[in-house]
Design a protein around this ligand. Structure first.
Ligand code: 13P
Ligand code: SF4
Length: 312
């Protein structure tokens, strides 16, 4: 069967299984276009957790990475949560193991611990408030000025929030391997060739990239900027999976992925891209891999997520 024919077969089977299982497919913008095209909802981390909290479906098929599917399970324990590839992790979450974070958190007990949603359930359970890239600034601004803040695991997002709020944050030194790859030199050369292009960057990028950006925001923020902007060319400094929705929303505009340091495809998230349309279909057919969580851990991880949802 041709590749096209195979995609169509998977799409058909997925739609059938969706009805049979009363399932909803939630997908992050960093997924392959084929996966985005079968999803019921595509969004950034905050929107996906809001959708997971609100769904009435019996089965949540999470096309994203492990911490996202785990968050869906924390919010909705009575639903079955399927992740097409259980190995779809996150370098940022891996950079903050709970056994290392725990003594750090205990050393600064007078601090409020705010952690980016890109962390494990164990780290969430040690947090006071969870945030995402779209609400980090808003949440930090709601903490009384006299209360010191621990912020992790992404130091780039932390530095960005410090800059825009003027609040000192004690940072965990984690990073995302994708957002660290962009080259400032190459970005500047690209800008010379496209002087009218707007540079859009995710706050997980290094400061050397952020200082050249016309807009900094979450994936949804970046997409909304593109929709509203009068500009017709954009340089996109985040995972290029998002360009699929940009092209759908604005077919007459041009999107150029920001160049990584070397000629590799390392601006693609190797974890997100472990999911494929075939694995998505197989997960629905076989009803696994499924996210399973210890109930005590789930309850402890839920509290800071609920605080985030209330404060967003
Ligand atoms: P947002 O979904 O908040 O834009 O974050 C991007 C990301 O890196 C998710 O892993
Ligand atoms: Fe994690 Fe970065 Fe991949 Fe997002 S893009 S899932 S932060 S490794």
């Amino acid at each position: 069967m041709s590749e096209m024919g195979q995609v169509e077969t998977f799409e058909r089977e997925i739609q059938k299984l969706k009805r049979e299982l009363n399932a909803v497919i939630l997908a992050h913008y960093y997924q392959d276009s084929e996966i985005q095209d079968v999803a019921d909802f595509i969004g950034d981390s905050l929107q996906l957790s809001q959708q997971a909290a609100a769904t009435s479906a019996d089965v949540i098929v999470f096309a994203g990475v492990h911490f996202m599917a785990e968050t869906a399970k924390i919010l909705n324990p009575t639903r079955t949560v399927l992740l097409p590839d259980l190995n779809a992790g996150c370098s940022l979450a891996d950079s903050c193991p709970a056994q290392l974070y725990k003594p750090f958190r205990e050393r600064f007990q007078d601090h409020v611990a705010i952690n980016y949603i890109n962390c494990s359930a164990e780290v969430k359970a040690l947090s006071d408030i969870i945030c995402t890239s779209s609400n980090a600034e808003k949440i930090v601004r709601q903490v009384p000025a006299s209360t010191p803040i621990l912020f992790g695991p992404d130091r780039n997002l932390g530095r960005y929030v410090m800059k825009v709020t003027g609040r000192p944050l004690r940072l965990w030194e984690g990073t995302c391997l994708v957002h660290e790859t962009f080259s400032e030199q190459k970005l500047l050369r690209l800008k010379l060739r496209h002087p009218e292009a707007k540079v859009l960057a995710h706050p997980e990028c290094e400061e050397r990239v952020l200082r050249n950006a016309d807009y900094i925001g979450s994936t949804t923020g970046i997409l909304n900027y593109v929709r509203k902007s009068a500009a017709s060319e954009f340089i996109v400094a985040t995972e290029p999976g998002i360009i699929h929705q940009m092209e759908k929303a604005c077919p007459d505009k041009t999107f150029i992925p920001a160049p990584p340091e070397n000629g590799c495809a390392c601006n693609q998230c190797p974890h997100m891209r472990l999911n494929t349309l075939e694995k998505l279909y197989l997960a629905m057919r076989n009803f696994r891999p499924e996210i399973d969580l210890d109930e005590d851990l789930r309850v402890r991880a839920l509290r800071p997520i609920q605080r985030m949802l209330e404060m967003s």
